[in-house]
Design a binder for this molecule. Structure first.
Ligand SMILES: C[S@@+](CC[C@H](N)C(=O)[O-])C[C@H]1O[C@@H](n2cnc3c(N)ncnc32)[C@H](O)[C@@H]1O
Length: 238
């Protein structure tokens, strides 16, 4: 009898530990609300770059070059990086000599943004940090030639709402590059996981065209899309 009780207690402790690990480590607080997610990024910001170990040549080859190829031609494009974190996208963009544009970096965590500002100090006036949540972008319609949002959509309260905002502020003809979480952990994002087809359909329903999913990292696909030059007429409902 005592053994059964000990087993039950051990099982209960294991279940609680697994739940906490899922809530805090795998899903990074998304089921606890936006404040929890942002707070976790605030308190771990100083460790972020060390954990990610970005490799400059891989970033150039797998992120910057494909994105610049997809971007409409412009001598000095205005770009928006949503959930810019510690400035990964602007940092490697500015490292690319053919890129003469500016980047606005939006993030809800001021500690992540502070590290981005520090990292991008040398690129005077080309990076504008804004502390803001992704589903209320403080920009007029059609403001940017291109928008990126890497490794973040799954942590927003609503990825669809944030994507809708990105589409709104993207110029007709402009280019969007986002990521879709993949792998076994992605499937534990209950009610938030999208298959490749479902994710592409969501972007298409938001009015984007040329939606393409490319395998990228172990945990993420890269998804490119474009805002049509002529807006799609709204769907007629009978
Ligand atoms: C995994 S990091 C990705 C950062 C960067 N894009 C990169 O690839 O390194 C996720 C980022 O999303 C930000 N974030 C989380 N929820 C947000 C929200 N609702 N609005 C804006 N940013 C948010 C976090 O503060 C964090 O900087």
């Amino acid at each position: 009898m005592v053994i059964i009780w000990i087993l039950l207690v051990v099982l209960l402790i294991a279940a609680i530990a697994a739940l906490v690990y899922w809530l805090v480590v795998i899903t990074e607080g998304v089921y606890l609300g936006r404040r929890a997610v942002v707070w976790m990024y605030d308190i771990t910001a100083h460790k972020y770059d060390g954990i990610k170990e970005f490799d400059a040549s891989a970033e150039q080859f797998f992120v910057i070059k494909p994105y610049l190829k997809h971007l409409p031609r412009h001598p000095a494009p205005r770009l928006l990086d949503v959930a810019t974190g510690t400035g990964r996208v602007p940092y490697y963009l500015f490292d690319e000599p053919t890129f003469n544009g500016k980047v606005v970096g939006v993030d809800a965590s001021w500690k992540m943004l502070a590290l981005a500002v520090e990292k991008l100090r040398g690129y005077n006036g080309r990076f504008l940090p804004i502390q803001q949540v992704a589903d209320k972008l403080p920009f007029p319609d059609n403001a940017f030639h291109g928008i990126t949002c890497l490794e973040s959509l799954e942590f927003f309260p609503s990825d669809e709402k944030a994507l809708r905002e990105m589409v709104r502020v993207l110029q007709p003809g402009g280019s969007l590059m986002v990521t879709r979480r993949t792998g076994w952990e992605a499937k534990t994002f209950v009610g938030r996981f999208h298959s490749p087809a479902a994710f592409e359909a969501m972007l298409t329903n938001l009015g984007l065209v040329d939606v393409k999913t490319l395998p990228w990292q172990l945990d993420y696909d890269q998804v490119m899309a474009r805002k049509p030059l002529i807006s799609q007429p709204p769907t007629e409902h009978p």
